[in-house]
Structure formats: structure tokens, C-alpha cells
Write a protein that binds this ligand. Structure first.
Ligand SMILES: Cc1cc2nc3c(=O)[nH]c(=O)nc-3n(C[C@H](O)[C@H](O)[C@H](O)COP(=O)(O)O)c2cc1C
Ligand SMILES: [Fe+2]
Ligand SMILES: [Fe+2]
Length: 397
């Protein structure tokens, strides 16, 4: 019944769209949904690459049955064990009891722990090959992009890289599957957000994997989320490369908390000074309004990060502190940092921000501004100077 998209001869897209889930990992908003991609190669042997979230297993299994057209499934390759991809493995095994499951030794520990599966396993190591007829597949370990067991599968025949989460993005596939057959403009920003939220901490492992992939001739990238990259594959690789090197664009995120607007006035002064001094990309994130998912995206995207907070019970403003802990967890490197804060009787916020910058090993730019109660002329001038110092430092870049 299903007319499945053929990525290459005998290679079918059998993934699904999730337009229902509000938060990926119960944390990250999905305004345009997300896809869980899976691919089926119907050669002399039939091979499925990854499964989908268990919520979509019904339609997923129907698509596979249609593509197999009465044949049995010979192999399932498990490139990643996170439940958004591994969730349907047990049901798939029930449907195809003889399917051999291909993974590495780390995969199999998780397969037992999550699904109680211990038999019918085919272990592969770095560089191992599997011939399935016209296609020969080879396997490349890619630990910590995004979990320790992650590996990638390369189809030597059609030069397709099945890349697990790497080169993935939020956003459903709205009809088209391959980038050549649709407009993909709206995915790029979402790719940065996806990277910052999900892969962000693993810059070094991503770099190691990119170096490994540099030796392969890749014509098509089949990631587990978002479009199949063919025409735009170099752009997708370039985005992952720049993000994993923590290379920021010349722009500034101003991230601040404010209860009654006094700290916000400082943020406004700094922003106008950045603009006066030639910075065109300025993003303001009021932490009580902006979701941390978007804040992280801009921290990864831009070179400059300016953070402000009122003092709150001798601490940082709690919602700001929560955002800082998410930035710190991702060990974002090489940012230009400036900070400011406010208090009424005994300031603590600015000291805490100073310590944050030290822990991040970021370069501090300009003189921090600490404001007691309302905005004074001196504070205002100091905020302008802070913005100017950041703009000048960025323009040197
Ligand atoms: C719940 C609460 C806790 C506060 N705790 C402190 C504090 O521990 N030390 C201090 O000097 N000021 C404290 N303040 C005062 C604020 O830091 C000060 O009013 C600041 O200007 C608020 O900035 P805003 O207008 O941007 O919210 C507190 C204010 C509130 C509402
Ligand atoms: Fe993942
Ligand atoms: Fe995923």
C-alpha cells in the first residue's frame, strides 16, 4: 500500500514523523515536530538501519512489511540505542524472530538492558564489512556522537552514510524526504538548535568522527532526524564541523534575568551600544521568556555572550542560574564574555557571573557593571562602554 521513497536503488525510507510530542527528551520544544528516520535496503539480504520511537511502531512495521513484500527481514543494524531510534526493536523482533541484530559490544549490553535481547546478534568492529548482494556495508564506530555505542554504517555501493544522530535536525519531513526535492531553508536554524541541545557537549567526539569520515566518499547522508542530505550534504557537514569546533559567528547573545526591569535597562543600554559600534547580530534573551533551548542555540551560534542577573537571596536569579548550568554542562568553548548585574543591599550576582566565566575559561571583555538599585548616569555610561568593548573585540575577529 505504501509508496515508499527510494533513496537509491533498493534503499527505501521507512521513517515516521512525530507531530505530537511537545518536548524532545521532555526538555526541548518541537514547534515543527521531529522525524525518526529508518532505512530499509532490499537486496539479496534485506537490511533495516535503525528503528523508530515505539509510539510509531505500528505504522513503521506496516511500511517495512510493504517494502519487503512477503520476504523476511534478514538484518537490523542498530547504529544508536537511544529510545527515539531503538524503541521498536523488541516489536520488530517479535514480527521477524530470525532477524540478526548487528551492533558492537556496547550496543549489545544496552540491547539486553532495555529489551532483554541476548541472541541472534552479529557483532561488528571498526571497518568490518558485510556483503548483502549488490551492496557492501561497512561500519565505523562513532562513540559519544551522541551515546557511547553509536556507530555509523556506510554503503560502499551507493556511497550512502547512515550517520545516526549526526547531521540530524528537528523538523518533520513534510512530504519530501531528500533535500533535492524540497526547500530546506527552515532546517538550518533548527539544526543548530538540535546540535546545541542534544550533541552540544560532544564537540571532540564529533571532530574525531568528522576526521574519520573525511576518508570516505560520501554522496548521500541518511541521518536519523530530518532530511536526507545529498545536494546540501557539505553544508550539513560544515555546520556540524563549525559547531563542534565552537566557532561562533560575529554576533552577541545577551542573556539576562530581571524581575522589575532594572537589570533589563542595563541589557538595553548594552545592546544599543553594541549596535552603535557595528554589531548587527544581537539576540536578547530574557530568561523568563526565552526557552533555554533557543538560548543554547544562540550561545553555540555567536561568538559573544553577555550575561546579566539581579541578586536574588544572595544568589543569581534562579532561572538564569538554570540556563547557566545548561551552558556549563555543554562545556561551550572560546566565547567572548561580558557580564553585569544588580542588587539592592548586598550584591552577589556579579561575583557569581565572574566565577562562571572563570569556570568556562572564557575571555572576559570590558569592565563588568554592577548596579545598586536604579540606573544612574554612571551605570548607563559603564553599560555603553561594556557594549563598546565587546563590539571592538568581536570586530577584531
Ligand atoms: C525575591 C528577591 C530577592 C532579592 N534578594 C536580594 C539579595 O539577596 N541581595 C540584594 O542586594 N538584593 C536583593 N534583591 C534586590 C534586587 O537584586 C534588586 O531590586 C535589583 O535591582 C532587581 O533587579 P530587577 O529590577 O532587574 O529585577 C532581591 C529582590 C527580590 C525581589
Ligand atoms: Fe541520540
Ligand atoms: Fe536521535
Amino acid at each position: 500500500m505504501y509508496k515508499l521513497k527510494e533513496i537509491a536503488p533498493q534503499v527505501y525510507y521507512v521513517g515516521v514523523n512525530d507531530r505530537q510530542k511537545a518536548l524532545f527528551e521532555n526538555m526541548w520544544p518541537l514547534p515543527a515536530g521531529v522525524s525518526y528516520n529508518s532505512y530499509l535496503i532490499v537486496d539479496e539480504k534485506s537490511v533495516l538501519v535503525d528503528t523508530v520511537d515505539i509510539c510509531y511502531s505500528d505504522i513503521f512495521l506496516k511500511k517495512i512489511a510493504d517494502a519487503l513484500n512477503g520476504r523476511l527481514l534478514d538484518y537490523l543494524i542498530v547504529d544508536h540505542m537511544e529510545p527515539d531510534h531503538a524503541g521498536s526493536i523488541r516489536l520488530l523482533r517479535q514480527q521477524y524472530p530470525n532477524v540478526q541484530i548487528i551492533g558492537n559490544n556496547k550496543t549489545f549490553g544496552m540491547l539486553q538492558g532495555y529489551h532483554g535481547i541476548t541472541d541472534g546478534l552479529h557483532e561488528v568492529k571498526e571497518g568490518d564489512k558485510l556483503n548483502i548482494g549488490k551492496h557492501t556495508l561497512s561500519f565505523y564506530m562513532s562513540p559519544m556522537v551522541h551515546w557511547p555505542e553509536v556507530m555509523m554504517t556506510y554503503d560502499e555501493t551507493d556511497k550512502i552514510l547512515f550517520s545516526a544522530d549526526a547531521f540530524g535536525t528537528y523538523g518533520t519531513l513534510d512530504g519530501g524526504v531528500i533535500d533535492t526535492e524540497m526547500s530546506v531553508d527552515h532546517y538550518w536554524e533548527e539544526m543548530i538548535r538540535y546540535y546545541a541541545n542534544i550533541v552540544g557537549k560532544y564537540g571532540n567526539p564529533v571532530q574525531k568522527t568528522l576526521q574519520k569520515l573525511a576518508g570516505l566518499e560520501i554522496q548521500t547522508i541518511c541521518s536519523t532526524h530530518g532530511p536526507v542530505w545529498r545536494e546540501q550534504k557539505n553544508k550539513a557537514i560544515d555546520i556540524y564541523d563549525r559547531l563542534s569546533r565552537y566557532e561562533g559567528e560575529n554576533g552577541v547573545s545577551i542573556i539576562y534575568g530581571s524581575m522589575y526591569g532594572h537589570t533589563e535597562q542595563m541589557a538595553e543600554a548594552i545592546a544599543s551600544s553594541l549596535s552603535e559600534n557595528g554589531i548587527k547580530k544581537i539576540v536578547m534573551h530574557h530568561v523568563s521568556k526565552s526557552h533555554s533551548s533557543n538560548i543554547l542555540k544562540d550561545v553555540f551560534k555567536y561568538k559573544g555572550v553577555i550575561i546579566g542577573s539581579p541578586t536574588y537571596s544572595n544568589q543569581l536569579f534562579p532561572d538564569l542560574e538554570a540556563v547557566l548550568s545548561k551552558i556549563e554542562l555543554r562545556e561551550v568553548k572560546n566565547r567572548l564574555f561580558a557580564y553585569f548585574g544588580s542588587f539592592s543591599w548586598a550584591g552577589a550576582a556579579v561575583k557569581k557571573l565572574d566565577a562562571f566565566g572563570e569556570r568556562m575559561k572564557w575571555e572576559t571583555v570590558g569592565t563588568p557593571v554592577e548596579q545598586k538599585q536604579g540606573m544612574s548616569v554612571d551605570n548607563y555610561e559603564a553599560c555603553l562602554l561594556l557594549g563598546q568593548a565587546m563590539a571592538e573585540r568581536i570586530n577584531q575577529n
